[in-house]
Design a protein around this ligand. Sequence first.
Ligand SMILES: NC(=O)c1ccc[n+]([C@@H]2O[C@H](COP(=O)([O-])OP(=O)(O)OC[C@H]3O[C@@H](n4cnc5c(N)ncnc54)[C@H](O)[C@@H]3O)[C@@H](O)[C@H]2O)c1
Length: 276
Amino acid sequence: MRTPSAKGQVVLVTGAANGIGAAAAELAIARGHRVLLTDVDEKAVLARAGELGPRATGLVLDIRSTEDWSRAFDVAEAAFGAVDVLVNNAGITHTGHARDLSPQQHRDIVEINLLGTINGVCTAVERMTARGRGHIINVCSMTAFLPLPGYATYCGTKYGVRAFHHSVAIEERDGPLDFTIIHPPSTRTDMLAREMADPACAITFAEKSYAPERIARAVVDAIAGKPVEVVFPPLAGRVQRIAGVFPRLMRRVIPLAEARGRRQREGLLSAPRHRT
Ligand SMILES: NC(=O)c1ccc[n+]([C@@H]2O[C@H](COP(=O)([O-])OP(=O)(O)OC[C@H]3O[C@@H](n4cnc5c(N)ncnc54)[C@H](O)[C@@H]3O)[C@@H](O)[C@H]2O)c1
């Protein structure tokens, strides 16, 4: 497969201290880009950036804060030049059924996954349009297509991110910006480890999980290839996308997948050294 080769871009990655964001930052640097790694966890992101050499720098950015977003674009510009690519990746979940989450937990998920992502897109649209180019890559989720038990508010935010993303891309169609949205499936990060600890999230183990480096490859390839939307796995992901349109089908099929997820989760937990 051809590897896209656009080099030397200035890339701002959110949620870059861990998981998919950290893997994307590392691969982007290996491909010749300069990367501002940002995260709400200041200590972890500075440490991560410190490991990646002179084409990386780290900064605290809580994606809920519009002030933090403005500062991040300024810091990137001072360090490397204006931001060419935003990888809007940071996100959280609180595991459990909707009835078991506190109002604050529901609010956290919405404020980070949806409003935080909106803050990033709006800042990037303004800054990038002013300089006449830029590329916004939103890391969303396959749950943007398929509502899952154990993820109600999370799924709600990811549906929202997808709708927002495509609405803005259409609004800006005559402008100079590119828009890509990428939907990871289960990915072996700290987020998945937390889901493994909660039986309410069993459905996520119905299908095989991916290494964060695989999703990072899709993200960094997108810098050059500029796909409109990427789903995982390429074929089954398209089927899931269609299944999500039909509520009666979902109500039949998702409980079957959940039962399979429960069995697979039990198997993983009882393995000598369980790998999620
Ligand atoms: N892991 C999966 O199975 C999976 C599946 C589909 C989609 N995703 C999505 O991929 C993205 C990355 O997930 P991950 O699995 O790498 O998660 P992760 O928990 O490993 O890493 C997320 C990072 O985001 C940071 N973060 C949390 N709140 C933040 C905030 N307010 N501002 C800035 N940074 C903040 C955390 O400190 C952490 O470093 C998320 O948007 C997630 O929803 C993950």
